[in-house]
Write a protein that binds this ligand. Structure first.
Ligand SMILES: Nc1ncnc2c1ncn2[C@@H]1O[C@H](COP(=O)(O)OP(=O)(O)O)[C@@H](O)[C@H]1O
Ligand SMILES: [Mg+2]
Length: 266
């Protein structure tokens, strides 16, 4: 009998309305998403469609207006170390070295030093920055900073890694490299990853599945399985199979966007 993988995190009938005295913005409408344990999924959609809002709700940093987030089938409330976050903006502690940044969460947890040392060494090596352990963030390139941010998140052994356009500020070459490294990291030690991006190519390259969102109000308009080889390198982006999936998502986004563009002001 074929076993269906366990659902790690999901949202049910999720709605988010931002209310102020004068306006009401329906940011997310009836979102239903199921992500299996160790699955890598992306969410793509135009700017302002509610991607960051959705991720913040998954992280427990913002509340849904209605609907539930379930983690291991239990309703989730508030933030927790079971979820690790990586943002687009560089969020390393500027006064801490690479090593101290990676160690930060382990210190908070009061993990015994020998155990913490092992984890720090492992992630320094996985991100290829062992020789940069004593550098400060200001001495690193953008790509290196994001590698440290990913290592810092993973060192805490989160159940789910939440990433909001983490490579959005990088130049195209560095960005491609980072995609490759993230994909390799995921192949080595599987995690459940929710990756937010407006870059279709990036979503297809990284993911096992891609959710496509429409512009405001943000709805999920498609759930696309990415049937590409598990082992991926950057040449994959030039193959017919890849280009076909990319085009399909592109046309989905554009056909739906047409009528909504007037409302998508940002
Ligand atoms: N704190 C907030 N207060 C009011 N409106 C917000 C807030 N955050 C986001 N929005 C609005 O919700 C919509 C979705 O925003 P966001 O989640 O940032 O989209 P994305 O990440 O896809 O660009 C946008 O119209 C945005 O202006
Ligand atoms: Mg955003």
């Amino acid at each position: 009998m074929k076993q269906t993988p366990a659902i790690k995190i999901s949202c049910k009938n999720l709605n988010k309305i931002y209310r102020s005295k004068k306006t009401e913005i329906l940011a997310l409408q009836d979102i239903n998403i199921d992500i299996a344990d160790n699955e890598f999924i992306s969410v793509v959609g135009p700017s302002g469609c509610g991607k960051s809002t959705l991720l913040r709700i998954f992280a427990g940093l913002d509340e849904a207006t209605s609907g539930d987030i379930l983690l291991d089938n239990r309703v989730m409330a508030g933030p927790g170390s079971d979820r690790g976050m990586v943002f687009q903006a560089y969020t390393l502690f500027p006064w801490l070295t690479v090593e101290q940044n990676i160690r930060f969460g382990l210190k908070l947890k009061k993990m015994p030093k020998p155990e913490a040392d092992q984890i720090v060494e492992k992630y320094l090596s996985l991100i290829g920055l062992t020789d940069f352990r004593n550098r400060l963030p200001k001495e690193l390139s953008g790509g290196m900073k994001q590698r440290v941010a990913i290592a810092r998140a993973l060192a805490n052994n989160p159940e789910v890694l939440l990433m909001d356009e983490p490579f959005g500020a990088l130049d195209p070459d560095t960005k491609g490299n980072m995609q490759l490294q993230l994909r390799e990291l995921w192949e080595k030690e599987k995690h459940t990853v929710i990756f937010i991006t407006h870059d279709i190519e990036e979503a297809v390259f990284l993911s096992q599945r891609v959710y496509v969102m429409s512009s405001r109000p943000g709805r999920v308009i498609a759930d696309i399985p990415i049937d590409l080889p598990q082992e991926r390198d950057l040449d994959l982006k030039d193959t017919q199979e890849f280009i076909q999936i990319r085009k399909k998502i592109h046309s989905l986004l554009h056909s739906r966007d047409f009528g909504n563009n007037l409302h998508a002001t940002n």
